[in-house]
Design a protein around this ligand. Structure first.
Ligand code: ISE
Length: 334
């Protein structure tokens, strides 16, 4: 029988996951939607036949309406959903970030370790993108020789009014803090943030773009251009610099046209299209793993490591080279 998923949060990402589970994922259905905004809740339940709206996750659990929980609210609202879902022993797919800071992430780790095994998978979907996977294979294989640098670009056309300066780090660069150590096979040692000229088109309360520099334990240097008011589209690219070769991922692809003296390729406008296939793969693999009592992707320890990096990154917004120090990984997450 199908896994009955309760989706918590039916904003942009939650609604996208409801449609994905309903139309593209096999072995699962959306059985419950938890969303305080009545119009969003109604739209989401209408999009998932057979689903019901609940005021909070506890009600859905008490009604035995869910076998698993997908959390797609903003990061600061994750902990109050994670805790009751863990207490009920339910498998969880939690959108990034696990939580916005390391203290709350640590509380989640402690609660999870009361259970017999990891129950939380964190939605760092880039690990499911085929180009990222190919680049990781190239780096791991050693075929291209030593990796020297990673040059990352992360551009959003615009951001919602609720997006804050700190979110440049803990909502956006959070993805690089996960995927870079995974790609390079090396932890982040320190983080520094540089402030180029401010984009006059940025919302008044934001000072961006920013340039984030990471030094990895291996000596590899990484730069991330984090730029959220570019207008023209959504771009996430990485260039890997090796001894005597270069590899690039995330270039525009799809329809190419030559017209009136101009060559053009359509660009993505949102992460929902740029990473659509990665989200599909992530959710399908999670659903398949849950059927076997496991998870299949980044776990809560990864979420915690990234929360530690985000804290250093937020501190670095004010200046300085901020070290990133991680405790040893508990064997529970081996
Ligand atoms: C957003 O929350 C995401 O997760 C996107 O992947 C990222 O590109 C964007 O900057 C974030 O705000």
């Amino acid at each position: 029988t199908d896994l009955r998923i309760g989706v918590v949060g039916a904003g942009l990402m939650g609604a996208d996951h409801v449609a994905r589970i309903t139309h593209r994922i096999s072995g699962a259905v959306v059985s419950a939607v938890v969303e305080p905004d009545a119009a969003r809740a109604e739209a989401a339940t209408a999009a998932a036949p057979g689903s019901r709206a609940f005021a909070d996750i506890e009600d859905a659990i008490d009604a035995s309406a869910v076998d698993a929980v997908l959390i797609a609210t903003p990061g600061r609202f994750h902990e109050p959903v994670l805790m009751p879902a863990l207490a009920a022993g339910l498998p969880i797919l939690c959108e990034k970030p696990l939580t916005p800071d390391s203290q709350s992430a640590r509380r989640v780790l402690e609660a999870e370790q009361e259970l017999d095994r990891p129950h939380i998978q964190v939605g760092f979907m880039r690990r499911f993108d085929t180009e990222y996977q190919e680049l990781k294979r190239l780096i791991d294989s050693g075929e291209a020789g030593e990796l020297l640098m990673l040059r990352c670009v992360h551009r959003n056309p615009s951001v919602p009014a609720t997006y804050t300066q700190q979110m440049l780090i803990d909502d956006s660069v959070v993805h690089e803090f996960d995927v870079v150590p995974w790609l390079a096979g090396s932890d982040i040692r320190s983080i520094e943030v540089k402030h180029p000229r401010r984009n006059p088109r940025s919302p008044e309360h934001l000072d961006e773009p920013i340039l984030v520099l990471m030094e990895l334990a291996s000596g590899v240097f990484v730069d991330v251009e984090m730029n959220v008011s570019v207008g023209f589209g959504y771009q996430v690219t990485t260039e890997a610099v090796f001894e005597s070769s270069i590899a690039r991922i995330g270039q525009p692809s799809g329809l190419q046209t030559w017209r009136a003296g101009t060559f053009s390729i359509a660009e993505n406008r949102s992460f929902t299209t740029r990473f659509a296939a990665a989200y599909d793969a992530q959710i399908q693999r999670w659903v398949d793993a849950v059927a076997h009592g496991t998870i299949d992707g980044p776990n809560a320890w990864d979420g915690y490591r990234v929360a530690v990096a985000c804290e250093a990154g937020v501190e670095a917004l004010a200046g300085g080279v901020i070290p990133v120090e991680l405790p040893d990984r508990p064997s529970f997450y081996a």
